[in-house]
Design a protein around this ligand. Structure first.
Ligand SMILES: Cc1ncc(COP(=O)(O)O)c(C=O)c1O
Length: 394
């Protein structure tokens, strides 16, 4: 008889979280396999195709032999292009040696935290927020200090409250605007208030700006643009959301060059490099025509308007207007149902896949997240199903 070997997992794995969106997607697909009809509003990716000029550039690159390893920090032509793009959009002088290209935006979260944060350090992060922040903070044994995003402030943070959370142990502050899951957008005043709260303390800021081009009202403001902050800032941006390139796996971080070297070393130790032909397509994405970005953003805005209006007509639901990204984050406290139970019921009984607000942290209780990256027709069908469900159950 063969001996059964117990799996002896490293203890740190117990501290690693996950992203529930992928689990709900699997559950929704399993229901579909049994013949159920599901409207998918759970996953955070554009439903558009990658623009043709980018696809052509990627295919061309494969044929031209960009099928080998490249430098860990990224191909020089892409680092140069990103440095130029960031210099223009964030009004700072970014240099190619400050850019590290990685497979998606996520690795910048992973690598920044691995490179900077030690056991016992404190990291302030938005809650509700992208779950990978809290997961990674816990993974490295640091203390996760949530800053609450407040519905009454259109899901922005209270700068005075942030000031009160900063301590001698604060190593890193994570910001995200436009925000996942709430669609909240920090104002210029918020950003300068945050910089003032940090003052001249040696605290780094990870500014996750992956939705920077998906803004419906107002403008995107980056803390990197504020005098004196660039050296303490790691900018996270990428191609997944802006150019509908989630499956290509490409994002980047912009940071002081001495930190960039360490992050590139983490790349050498983990991925070696981002796919070379993907990076050539990235140059085309940033340098080529931008009309597809504008079109996609306008379409998300239209869908947001339809979906928010519809949600606000359903008993127990009230939804603020998100100003960016492609999510809606309705308050469901009046239903009397806990978020997770309600999200499960909507999937099981109404055929609408969405996420519980608690998938984004404890302060997400009382909310659900619906992605509007789906057609108006499907969004309307989801609204009808939720309304019918609420009439039956509330
Ligand atoms: C706030 C935020 N940051 C980072 C990412 C990661 O993006 P990528 O797919 O490029 O790794 C996401 C994806 O959902 C996100 O919502």
């Amino acid at each position: 008889m063969t001996k059964v070997h117990e799996l002896r997992l490293a203890k740190r794995m117990a501290r690693l979280g996950t992203e529930t969106a992928f689990e709900v997607l699997v559950k929704a697909r399993a229901l579909e396999a049994k013949g159920r009809d599901i409207v998918h509003l759970e996953i955070g990716e554009p439903d558009f195709d990658t623009p043709g000029n980018i696809i052509d550039a990627g295919c061309d690159a494969v044929r031209k032999g960009f099928t080998h390893y490249g430098p860990s920090a990224g191909l020089p032509q892409l680092r140069e292009t990103i440095a130029q793009y960031v210099s223009e959009t964030r009004r700072v002088e970014a240099r190619p040696e400050e850019v590290v290209v990685v497979p998606g935006g996520k690795p910048i979260i992973f690598f920044t935290i691995l490179a900077l944060v030690e056991e016992g350090d404190e990291v302030i992060y938005p809650n509700p927020g992208f779950p990978i922040y809290e997961s990674m903070i816990n993974y490295v044994g640091a203390k996760a200090v949530p800053i609450r995003l407040r519905e009454e402030m259109e899901f922005r943070l209270d700068v005075d409250e942030l000031g009160g959370l900063i301590s001698d142990h604060t190593k890193l502050i994570i910001m995200n605007s436009p925000q996942n899951p709430t669609g909240g957008v920090l104002t210029k005043k918020d950003i300068s208030g945050i910089a003032r709260a940090i003052g001249d303390q040696n605290i780094m800021v990870l500014s996750d700006e992956i939705y920077s081009r998906l803004i419906f009202e107002g403008e995107h403001h980056s803390i990197m643009s504020i005098d004196g902050m660039k050296e303490r800032c790691i900018l996270l941006d990428g191609f997944s959301k802006t150019y509908a390139m989630t499956g290509w796996r490409m994002g980047y971080g912009v940071m002081r060059s001495d930190l960039a070297e360490h992050v590139a070393r983490l790349m050498t130790n983990s991925n070696s490099c981002t796919a070379s032909f993907t990076q050539v397509a990235g140059v085309e994405a940033l340098r080529g025509p931008q009309d597809s970005v504008m079109k996609m953003c306008a379409e998300f805005k239209k869908r947001r308007d339809v979906f928010v209006k519809g949600l606000n007509q359903i008993k127990g639901f009230s939804c603020r207007m998100p100003h960016g990204a492609f999510y809606t984050f309705p308050n469901i406290k009046q239903t009397g149902w806990p978020s997770k139970k309600l999200a499960d019921a909507l999937l099981d009984d109404a055929g609408v896949a969405c996420l519980s607000g608690t998938a984004f942290g404890d302060f997400g209780e009382g909310y659900l997240r619906f992605s509007v990256a789906n057609s108006i027709e499907n969004l309307q069908s989801a609204l009808e199903r939720i309304e019918q469900w609420s009439k039956r159950n509330l």
